[in-house]
Design a protein around this ligand. Structure first.
Ligand code: C2O
Length: 578
C-alpha cells in the first residue's frame, strides 16, 4: 500500500500558548506504520517502516515549536515511537518507551504523541522502542533556531543534509529480538547503510542506485545532520579529500572541532559542517565503517557502506577529454576496524560551545558496571549448560514488565513485587577472569528525589573480551565529565573531570576497556529509561529505569496520562502477530 504523508504547518497562534513564544508553530505529522517489501542486495525483504520510507520522514521544527504525531499502526506488531533526546519536561507520558512509559500501540490502533521542543537545537531522531523494530522504524528530527536574532552559531549553511547510518537486516526484527532474549547475541545484519542504501560494495550490488549520492556545489558549506540508527555498531565516517567541522552533538552545540573522521555510536547524533573545497570535477567516497572489538571477541564480517559525494558546476565549460578525471571516486583511508583510538580522541575532543554552570555538590554517586552474565538452562548457578548470555548492569539483567508499564505503576503507586532496586555499585570489582559469572534478572529501578544532583560512573569490562557501551538516558541531557581507559580510579580520575565546558549529551560513549562519568540534575519527574543503545545489549538487559519523584509544587509534578493512553495485558504476545 502506498502510504501518504499528511503534513500540516499551522499558523503561530495555535501553539503560541503551548510553547510560550510568539513565533512558535504546531508541526503535525501522520505516521502510517506498515510492512512493505524493499529491494536491497537483490532481494525483496518484508520490513516494517513509517510512510513506506526507509529512513522514515524527517520531522523539521524550530526551537519552541509543538509537535503532534498521529501514529496509525497498520503493521502486525505492537509498537511505540520514542523521541530520542527530546527533554519532554513534565511529559514523560509521551516518551514512547515500550513497557517503561507505555503499552505498545496495538495493530490497527492509533495513538497521538504531543510534545514541545524547548531549549534544544540541532539534530535528534525518533525510533520505534519495542523489540528491535527501530532498525527500520526511524528518522531524523531537525531542530532549527527559532526565527529572530538568534541563529546558528556558525556560518549559515548552503543546505542541510541528513545522513542516517543504519543496518540492513534480512532477519525478521521481532524474531531477532526473541533470539536475543534467548541468548543469541551474535546475530548480525547483512549490510551497513547510509540513508537506507547499502552502497556499491555489497554482493549483487555495484549499482549506483544502491548508493547514497550527495550532489554538492564547489566552494559552499553544507551542514550534515548525522544519526547512527544502527542496532549493532559504532561507526567511523569519512569523506575522501574532505574534513568535517563538528559543531553539535545530541542537539547541543560544541566548540567547532575539525577532524577528518567522525565517530558515532548507536543513538548519537553529530552535526558537522562540510566545506566543498576539493577538486570540483572530482567524485569522493563517503564511507561509514563499523568498528568492532578485537579478538578474542567474536569476529564479524566488515560492515561498510559507501556513498558518493560529487560536485556539479553549472557554469563549467565542458571538460576536454585529457582533463577528464578518473570516473572512480577517490576513497578515504579508513581507520583499522579494530582501532578504538580514533574514537577515544573524537569523544575526548568535544567540549561545549559555551561554558556551563555545573552543579558541584553531588547528592548521589552511582557506579554502574556494564557487563555480561549467564543463566543456566537447567536453572541454578553452577551448570553444565551455560546458555542465555545476557547483558547486565551491576550484575542484574533488566527485564521489561509484562503487563503494566513502569510509569503507570509508579504514577498509580503500584510498584509491585518483582520490581527491585538496582545496587549503586558493582558486586564484583572488575578484577575478573575471562569467565562469565552467573547473573539474575529483575525489573530494576533506582528512585531519585526531585532536584538531586546525580553522578554516574559507567565502567566497561577491562578484560580482553570487552566492548564499548553507548549509554542513553531518556528525557535528559547530561554533562559528560570525562572518559578514560582502564578501571576507574576515583583518586586520580576525578581530577581529570571537565567542570568548565563539558559536552552536553543524551548518550555517553563508554569506551571499550574504559569508563566514562556523567552528571545531571533530576528536574523532570517520571520514569526514565537508561540503557545501552546497542540492540544486543538493551534487548538482553543492560538497562535500568530511573524513577524521578515529583517536586514540591504543581509545576514540578507529573500530570495525569492522556485520556486515550493505550493499555495492554501481555506485552510479549503483543509483539508477534495477533
Ligand atoms: Cu534511542 Cu531508549 O532509546
Amino acid at each position: 500500500m502506498a502510504a501518504t504523508v499528511a503534513f500540516f504547518f499551522f499558523a503561530a497562534i495555535l501553539a503560541a500558548a503551548a510553547a510560550g513564544g510568539g513565533d512558535a508553530a504546531l508541526v503535525e505529522h501522520t505516521f502510517i506504520v506498515s510492512q512493505v517489501r524493499l529491494n536491497r542486495l537483490c532481494n525483496d525483504t518484508l520490513v516494517t517502516v513509517v510512510n513506506g520510507q526507509l529512513p522514515g520522514p524527517t520531522i523539521e521544527v524550530r526551537e519552541g515549536d509543538s509537535v503532534v504525531v498521529h501514529v496509525i499502526n497498520k503493521s502486525p506488531h505492537g509498537l511505540t515511537i520514542h523521541w530520542h533526546g527530546v527533554k519532554l519536561q513534565l511529559n514523560c507520558w509521551a516518551d514512547g518507551a515500550g513497557m517503561i512509559t507505555q503499552c505498545p500501540i496495538r495493530p490497527n490502533n492509533n495513538f497521538t504523541y504531543r510534545f514541545d521542543i524547548v531549549e534544544q537545537e540541532g539534530t535528534l531522531w525518533w525510533h520505534a522502542h519495542v523489540a528491535s523494530l527501530r532498525a527500520t522504524i526511524h528518522g531524523a528530527l531537525i531542530i532549527r533556531p527559532r526565527p529572530g536574532p538568534s541563529s546558528y552559531p556558525f556560518p549559515k549553511p548552503e543546505k542541510e543534509i541528513p545522513i542516517v547510518i543504519g543496518e540492513w537486516w534480512e532477519m525478521d526484527l521481532v524474531e531477532l529480538d526473541m533470539r536475543l532474549r534467548n541468548g543469541n547475541l551474535f546475530d548480525v545484519p547483512r549490510a551497513a547503510t547510509i540513508n537506507g542504501q547499502t552502497g556499491d560494495l555489497y554482493n549483487c550490488s555495484g549499482a549506483i542506485k544502491e548508493s547514497n549520492i550527495l550532489n554538492v556545489e564547489h566552494g559552499k558549506t553544507y551542514l550534515l545532520r548525522i544519526v547512527n540508527a544502527a542496532l549493532n555498531s559504532e561507526y567511523y565516517l569519512k569523506i575522501a579529500g574532505h574534513k568535517f567541522t563538528v559543531v553539535g552533538a545530541d542537539a547541543n552545540y560544541v566548540k567547532p572541532y575539525t577532524t577528518d573522521v567522525i565517530t558515532i555510536a548507536p543513538g548519537e547524533t553529530v552535526d558537522a559542517l562540510l566545506v566543498t573545497d576539493a577538486h570540483p570535477g572530482g567524485r569522493y567516497y563517503m564511507i561509514a565503517m563499523a568498528y568492532q572489538p578485537p579478538k578474542p571477541a567474536k569476529q564479524f564480517p566488515l560492515f561498510l557502506s559507501r556513498g558518493i559525494v560529487q560536485y556539479y558546476d553549472n557554469n563549467a565549460s565542458p571538460r576536454k577529454e585529457e582533463e577528464a578525471l578518473p570516473n572512480t571516486p577517490m576513497a578515504p583511508e579508513m581507520p583499522d576496524q579494530h582501532d578504538a583510538v580514533p574514537s577515544f580522541y573524537f569523544y575526548g575532543n568535544l567540549t561545549s560551545l559555551q561554558p556551563h554552570p555545573l552543579p558541584t555538590i553531588v547528592d548521589e554517586r552511582l557506579f554502574y558496571a556494564l557487563d555480561a552474565g549467564y543463566f543456566c538452562r537447567e536453572g541454578g548457578s553452577s551448570c553444565q549448560n551455560v546458555s542465555n548470555i545476557v547483558a547486565t548492569i551491576n550484575n542484574v539483567s533488566f527485564q521489561l514488565p509484562e503487563t503494566t508499564p513502569l510509569l503507570q505503576a509508579h504514577y498509580y503507586n503500584n510498584m509491585k513485587s518483582g520490581i527491585g532496586t538496582l545496587p549503586d555499585g558493582s558486586p564484583r570489582m572488575f578484577n575478573y577472569s575471562m569467565s562469565l559469572a552467573p547473573t539474575s534478572k529483575a525489573t530494576s529501578v533506582r528512585k531519585l528525589r526531585y532536584n538531586t544532583t546525580v553522578e554516574i560512573v559507567f565502567q566497561s569490562p577491562v578484560i580482553a573480551d570487552s566492548y564499548s557501551n553507548p549509554m542513553h538516558l531518556h528525557g535528559h541531557d547530561f554533562f559528560v565529565l570525562a572518559q578514560g581507559f582502564g578501571k576507574f580510579d576515583e583518586k586520580k580520575d576525578v581530577k581529570t573531570y571537565n567542570l568548565v565546558d563539558p559536552p552536553v549529551r543524551n548518550t555517553v560513549h563508554v569506551p571499550i576497556y574504559g569508563w566514562a562519568a556523567i552528571r545531571f540534575v533530576t528536574k523532570n519527574p517520571g520514569v526514565w529509561y537508561l540503557h545501552c543503545h546497542y540492540g544486543h545489549h538493551s534487548s538482553t538487559g543492560m538497562a535500568v529505569a530511573l524513577v524521578v519523584e515529583n517536586g514540591p509544587t504543581l509545576d514540578t509534578t507529573l500530570p495525569p496520562p492522556p485520556a486515550d493512553f493505550p493499555s495492554c495485558d501481555n506485552y510479549i504476545s503483543m509483539l508477534a502477530n495477533e
